[in-house]
Design a protein around this ligand. Structure first.
Ligand SMILES: CC(C)(COP(=O)(O)OP(=O)(O)OC[C@H]1O[C@@H](n2cnc3c(N)ncnc32)[C@H](O)[C@@H]1OP(=O)(O)O)[C@@H](O)C(=O)NCCC(=O)NCCS
Length: 158
């Protein structure tokens, strides 16, 4: 069995822009995200600006991003945003590292960090029903499929 990846999660910084841009420009990564298309530079920078502006944590729309590193090398991203019905989380792993169980470790770490930051344990995730890898990660992490809304599967923590 493969060794469990040793992952560190830390807040996303402006200097992580290049890594994030690489992920968001990669059609393999965005296939099941938003409209499925790679993000434009303008869109990427707008999202990063919003993520870094650190809106008050109780405000709907406040977001906090995290960089996942393995031996000091970036391997993934966690995004979290306060919504009306809970804290929505998402995670992206660099395609070079897919299939190593990194997403599961990232989710485990996020399940500790994110509730501490927002002061609530109510986490939600919305996933394209065709994104089998992500569904597996969520189910293993203790999430349950609750409903399908507007074409996306809606998961909550069990
Ligand atoms: C979804 C994603 C985060 C998974 O990352 P990962 O680190 O490769 O995940 P894991 O290695 O933990 O694999 C998860 C499971 O899905 C399985 N899997 C991978 N690709 C699959 C596919 N296309 N169909 C079915 N299962 C798949 C893996 O085999 C693994 O199961 P196993 O442990 O039983 O073998 C990664 O593919 C990714 O970043 N995708 C792009 C962004 C995205 O869609 N994020 C999720 C939406 S928020």
């Amino acid at each position: 069995m493969l060794r469990r990846p040793q992952i560190v999660l830390r807040p996303f910084h402006q200097t992580d822009t290049e890594f994030f841009t690489r992920l968001a420009s990669d059609e393999r990564v965005t296939r099941y995200v938003g409209d499925g298309q790679p993000w434009s530079q303008e869109f990427i920078h707008g999202r990063i600006r919003t993520a870094l502006q650190q809106d008050p944590i109780k405000t709907v729309g406040a977001s906090r991003w995290f960089l996942a590193t393995e031996e000091n090398t970036p391997v993934g991203i966690v995004v979290s945003t306060r919504k009306d019905d809970g804290i929505e989380i998402g995670y992206w792993v660099s395609p070079d590292h897919w299939g190593r169980g990194i997403a599961g470790v990232i989710l485990d770490k996020a399940l500790t960090t994110v509730p501490e930051i927002y002061g609530t344990r109510k986490l939600i995730a919305r996933v394209d029903p065709a994104n089998a890898a992500s569904a597996k990660v969520l189910t293993r992490g203790g999430f349950q499929l609750e409903a399908t809304r507007e074409g996306l599967d809606y998961y909550t923590q069990a």
